[in-house]
Design a protein around this ligand. Structure first.
Ligand code: SF4
Ligand code: SF4
Length: 286
């Protein structure tokens, strides 16, 4: 079972939920648990974990390199590139590495075989282990200034195992990296706040997950009690289950600032997260 924890915007408690869900399950259920920090521009799950990184792999994109001796400037490479990362101007082929997704299409279509691909590192993928409670861990760390998080997240997703339970902490927002994090998940858990801003971003995230990707979705309302009833009304109208509520609680905020996960700061939440998982299983089976 792959559960992606997402939120339309940052700061809603997405990491708190992802880490606590993974920890509670690692402690309470027999299945193997893996936590994946896919917020590759700013991974911070490790701040809450007793983590040992065991292995690191360089991640990069294969960027095209054009051999001027072979190139006839036919323009096929530029025509096939969806990302405008290669352009042919007169007797010049220009590659824009910051736009390139390393898809390899330009090299494939080049009739002169003038394009070779060279690895350009964009970050690292790390594999590790949390000792207490025991679970596997994986994260991507994008180099500072790298523009595209999506290829790295796609690579993280390729490394997932289907057995056991995987909890993915998605990046914030509603753009391509989040879509990639959700892809092929069994369930998307959307963490939101009961405010107009929270509602606005929740609507966008729910639309992507449900309508564009056809995935089952549930909502966690964090800082329940602040704001208004817009989120509840929306979930009610759309038939989206509210699976958990985390009230505004000073202890939770203090624990977060000290790097203490919610399930350790307020142990009663451990059972609540296990109950959440059971609800998710029911939703997936429905
Ligand atoms: S497709 Fe090949 S030959 Fe044509 S412009 Fe591009 S690199 Fe040159
Ligand atoms: S590898 Fe893909 S994204 Fe990069 S320049 Fe070639 S076609 Fe464009």
């Amino acid at each position: 079972m792959i559960i992606t924890v997402a939120s339309g915007k940052g700061g809603t408690g997405k990491t708190t939920v992802a880490v606590s869900l993974a920890m509670a399950l690692a402690e309470e259920v027999p299945e193997k648990v893996m936590l994946v920090d896919a917020d590759v521009e700013e991974p911070n799950d490790h701040l809450f974990l007793d983590l040992k990184i065991e292995r690191q792999e360089t991640f990069g994109l294969l960027i095209p390199h054009v051999d001027d001796e072979k190139c006839t400037y036919c323009g096929e490479c530029a025509r096939v590139c969806q990302f405008h990362a290669i352009a042919v101007l007169g007797q010049n082929v220009m590659v824009f590495p910051e736009l390139c997704h390393g898809c390899g299409s330009c090299a494939l279509v080049c009739p002169e075989k003038a394009i070779t691909e060279e690895l350009s590192p964009t970050g690292v993928i790390e594999f590790g282990r949390v000792e207490e409670p025991p679970m596997d861990f994986m994260r991507g760390i994008l180099n500072v200034g790298e523009a595209s998080a999506t290829p790295m997240i796609r690579e993280l997703k390729h490394r997932l195992r289907r057995e056991g339970i995987t909890v993915i902490d998605a990046p914030p927002g509603n753009s391509c990296p989040v879509v990639e994090s959700m892809r092929k998940s069994d369930f998307v858990l959307l963490v939101t706040e009961p405010t107009p801003f929270g509602l606005h971003d929740l609507k966008a995230a729910a639309t992507i997950a449900r309508e564009e990707m056809g995935l089952p979705v549930g909502v966690i309302i964090n800082r329940d009690g602040i704001g208004d009833e817009g989120v509840e009304r929306f979930c009610d109208e759309e038939g989206i289950p509210i699976l958990m509520r985390i009230p505004m609680d000073r202890r939770i905020a203090e624990a977060y600032s000290e790097g203490i996960p919610l399930v350790k700061a307020v142990p009663g939440y451990r059972k609540a997260f296990v109950a959440l998982y059971r609800s998710i299983r029911q939703e997936v089976a429905a």
